[in-house]
Design a protein around this ligand. Structure first.
Ligand code: AMP
Length: 396
């Protein structure tokens, strides 16, 4: 269990509470296309409202790079949250985030009322953890609650800097839940414990592979990163994704797996095409891939192999798609893994990002134990790193 002060340990009645949420949701023409992160924030918000807190919510959205960008305003989030909470969420439309509108709205708050600040990344100090913006944010409230797991791997003003200027710093229910699920899976897993890693690059998952090899019974590697492993086994991989600088590393990891008695599985067949296009004619390659072909998905034998490998698992952590799942013709491997996890009786944890999007899109969300709201944060957690956003909260 996370040993940090939580919303159950603070008294918020009549207090102004600055709540850092992760409202970094995808928007298309001002419409929110995936509101999972808003829904995930509701338990903490409802608890603080019921306890009579005066809530000042804040979040970043996209990458406005330190200046106001109307298309990245949080105004649509305030509107949707008003509907989801069933009460008004006042939007403070200040280009400088903590400006006259925000200050006036914060002063006017009554117990149980809610307001939302403008995108914290409109301020260039935000991502540099600058003191001035941290103090501005802190000046609005008495207590700070961080529920933004998706940002926990970053030390920014609105999740870390601000804590230096607050009387009390607690974490919200979402943060607690994320850390408890991921922490239990990694440090105290029901066994067999299987990790499935995919996505494009070995280089971005080096530390995860290394750390997980100390914990898991089976490590499955698919997606673009598998080709560097296949190359390390002496296989021809054509024009598939390759990180030549990491071939030795892949070989080292396979050796480490063998020494530790960890089963390490890589694809035995692949779906290959001559072009990176959904419409490119494809075929199944077993073993070597021709010089003018690239692997874009795991093949049918691999799908069976991976499904078999998780069949008796009691804990599974999955991060990264098995192929170029954005193209329907190369999504079958990712769908097969999602289906395999949906079918088993195990703790199944989806580590955010693309795999979470795939599971949600495919309608398997309610079959998984936990779908993380933070891709980067869950990956850094799986690397064994301490997340600055979590460390900054007061200990119990
Ligand atoms: P990452 O951000 O590293 O988790 O990688 C996710 C991306 O990997 C997705 O956009 C996938 O399309 C891509 N990907 C997965 N498999 C392959 C592959 N075989 N070739 C190229 N890209 C891939």
């Amino acid at each position: 269990m996370l040993n940090k002060k939580s919303v159950d340990d603070i008294c918020v009645k009549g207090q102004k509470v600055l709540v850092r949420c992760d409202f970094n949701v995808p928007l298309q023409d001002g419409v929110i296309t995936d509101e999972n992160r808003l829904v995930a924030a509701l338990p903490t918000l409802k608890k603080l409202i019921a306890d009579g807190g005066r809530l000042i919510l804040c979040s970043h959205l996209g990458k406005p790079k330190g200046e106001p960008k109307p298309e990245l305003s949080l105004a649509p989030v305030a509107k949707r949250l008003t509907e989801l909470l069933g009460q008004e969420v006042v939007f403070a439309a200040d280009p400088e985030v903590v400006g006259p509108n925000a200050k006036a709205a914060a002063e006017a708050l009554q117990d149980g009322q809610v307001m939302l600040l403008e995108n914290t990344r409109y301020r260039k100090e935000e991502t540099k953890n600058g003191e001035e913006f941290s103090k501005d944010l802190a000046s609005l409230a008495d207590i700070f609650v961080d529920d933004a797991f998706g940002t926990a791997h970053r030390a920014h003003c609105s999740n870390v800097g601000v804590t230096a200027f607050m009387k009390e710093n607690a974490v919200g229910y979402l943060m607690q839940k994320e850390i408890d699920f991921l922490g239990n899976a990694v440090n105290n897993p029901a066994r067999p414990f299987v990790a499935i890693l995919g996505g494009s690059k070995v280089s971005s998952k080096i530390s995860v592979i290394n750390n997980l090899l100390d914990k898991v019974d089976t490590l499955i590697i698919g997606g673009g990163m598998a080709y560097t492993f296949m190359k390390a086994c002496g296989q021809e991989i054509g024009t598939s994704l390759l990180e030549a600088d990491y071939i030795d590393y892949a070989a080292d990891m396979m050796k480490k797996a063998e020494e530790k008695g960890v089963k390490l599985l890589i694809p035995v067949d692949t779906v290959v095409a001559k072009e990176f296009s959904n419409d490119a004619p494809s075929r199944i390659a077993c073993g070597d891939i021709a010089p003018d072909e690239m692997g874009l998905d795991i093949g049918p034998k691999t799908r069976e192999l991976f499904a078999e490998a998780v069949k008796d698992a009691k804990t599974v952590v999955w991060n990264g798609p098995m192929g170029v799942f954005e193209m329907p013709n190369f999504a079958a491997g990712t769908i097969a893994v999602a289906q395999a996890l949906a079918d088993i009786d195990a703790v199944t944890i989806i580590g955010g990002g693309d795999s979470a999007a795939a599971v949600n899109q495919l309608g398997f969300a309610d079959k998984m134990t936990h779908i993380s709201t933070g891709g980067g944060a869950s990956l850094e957690f799986l690397e064994g790193k301490e997340l600055p956003g979590v460390a900054a909260a007061d200990n119990k």
